[in-house]
Design a protein around this ligand. Structure first.
Ligand SMILES: Cc1cc2nc3c(=O)[nH]c(=O)nc-3n(C[C@H](O)[C@H](O)[C@H](O)COP(=O)(O)OP(=O)(O)OC[C@H]3O[C@@H](n4cnc5c(N)ncnc54)[C@H](O)[C@@H]3O)c2cc1C
Ligand code: FES
Length: 283
């Protein structure tokens, strides 16, 4: 068992777990992920390392379906049966010059250790943090600590600048400041449009892809993506790729292939939870 040492609710549907996993923590690098399984009947899901110390790793996840909702039901003191990692190739860090880090929604969690490493390597870091609305924003102060400049956007204008992250990104690229690299992490659609925004400016843009994964070790082929017309496995060849080379249509289509099964699984899970709470009440 991997013990949950700390649980913190960052928004209504986004949670932070600090999990005791010294062997994983000691090898962790920015950009890597782990595959977790709650119990022996559980589904394996990939989650990015948001932080770590010598004894534990920090994961931040958003409730979207059965497994993330099940995970959200766990408390500090409980545990997770399996946690494998660190997996994937760490984000390439060097002194590039000025790097714009774009974080969308829960993407701020993986961006945070990357911004920290970029800063430690002597880069100037400009961060753009975006969410649909103020209630979904978190880690603004944490990211600011490693940013020379920061812009916050919300789609509905409830906090910061109203609009999408691509708007300040385009303005920064159009300004006189030389931008050497962009790193964009968030929903696939956001990463796609960040890559489309930077392409005319010829600025290398790294994205962290999130296809459906099963084993996370290059065996099942489930996480395949097309990058520069070559099939790559996200779990072992990524998750970071050149955003200008990604075939976004293939990624977005493949992310939806199990949508009916995911819906059915969530409905079954919610019925089971309701039945269990009714049983509790009647006792
Ligand atoms: C390398 C990697 C790192 C990830 N890191 C994080 C992280 O740090 N925090 C976090 O919250 N999530 C992360 N994800 C996404 C996370 O793994 C999925 O949200 C999770 O597997 C969903 O499981 P579920 O059973 O709750 O939902 P499912 O029933 O599997 O899916 C419910 C809904 O979420 C969508 N969905 C499922 N999988 C993904 C996915 N991979 N990306 C986007 N949408 C998806 C489905 O289309 C569906 O609409 C990562 C994914 C990858 C590949
Ligand atoms: S998840 Fe199976 S090959 Fe990548």
């Amino acid at each position: 068992m991997y013990p949950i040492l700390l649980r913190r609710d960052l928004t209504e549907t986004t949670h932070l777990f600090q999990i005791g996993a010294p062997a994983v923590a000691r090898k962790a690098r920015a950009g890597q992920f782990v595959v977790v399984r709650i119990d022996d009947r559980g589904e394996r899901i990939p989650l990015t390392l948001a932080d770590w110390d010598s004894e534990s790793v920090t994961l931040v996840f958003m409730e979207v379906g059965t497994t993330t909702k099940q995970l959200a039901g766990l408390k500090a003191g409980e545990g997770i049966q399996n946690l494998i990692g660190p997996l994937g190739i760490p984000t390439h860090i060097e002194t590039f010059g000025t790097v714009v880090c774009v974080a969308g929604g829960v993407g701020v969690a993986p961006v945070y250790p990357i911004a920290r490493s970029l800063k430690a390597a002597g880069n100037k870091v400009i961060s753009i943090l975006g969410a649909r609305s103020k209630s979904l924003l978190f880690w603004e102060d944490e990211l600011r600590r490693f940013s020379d400049r920061m812009v916050v956007t919300t789609d509905d204008g409830s906090y910061g600048r109203k609009g999408l992250v691509t708007e300040p990104l385009k303005e920064i690229l159009e300004s006189s400041e030389k931008i050497d690299r962009v790193i964009a992490i968030g929903p696939s659609i956001m990463m796609k449009f960040c890559a489309k925004t930077t392409e005319p400016f010829g600025v290398k843009t790294i994205v962290s892809l999130n296809p459906i994964m099963v084993d996370g070790t290059g065996m099942c082929g489930c996480c395949r993506v097309s990058v520069g017309s070559v099939t790559r496995f996200t779990c072992v060849d990524g998750p970071d790729f050149d955003g200008h080379q990604v075939d976004w249509d293939v990624l977005l289509a493949r992310q939806k292939i199990y949508i009916d099964e995911e819906k059915l699984s969530l409905e079954t899970f919610q019925h089971r939870c309701q039945a269990e709470s009714l049983k509790e009440v009647s006792r």
